[in-house]
Design a binder for this molecule. Sequence first.
Ligand code: TMP
Length: 197
Amino acid sequence: MNQFFTFEGIDGSGKSTIIDHVATALKQKDCSVVITFEPTDTWLGKYVQHQIKTKSDPFVTAFTFIADRIEHSKKIKEWIDQGNIVLCDRYAESTYAYQSVQLEKTLKNPIKWLQDLSKGRILNPDRTFYFRITPEKALSRIQHRDELIFFEQQSFLRKVHNNYEQICNGDRFIQVDATKTIPDLTELCLAEILSES
Ligand code: TMP
């Protein structure tokens, strides 16, 4: 039985909206669901949010994202043991895709370095939905936001996108076309989760 589902994609890919819709639909089918997200709303997660807003040291940012996830993994394990389906908005692939761009000038293979740091310390998702969209389309969706962080600049997001394309391959990943309609995307994710849980 698969219970731990993560949702990944660049800023503006629309995954948060779909998670909400999927959770509502699952609850209507009497499933026990927990929605969670990263960075978390713990003090560690809030510290990470501060880091990305102030464009802090990339190593500190990477370490704190991973520390936040190690603690979060423990909570997720509890929710799973209680019989819940856990839907998580961003998880490990976010760190591999984003922080490797921040670390590209200082490390030879930042994605592998970040993966090695995480290995054995975090819970592995059962399935990961990867919301695919071009950085141009994604940015046009979030352009109206009051405050865009530096991760949301086109040149940065393009690199993040390329990383996602490289990482989100293999049996665990379900690639979805993020330009589809909200009902279509909800239905697609819901069907997948119900078939596995
Ligand atoms: P959010 O927009 O999904 O709340 O995420 C906040 C930002 O944090 C988003 O630009 C992606 C970034 N992020 C990372 O850089 N690394 C990570 O590990 C996570 C979880 C998020």
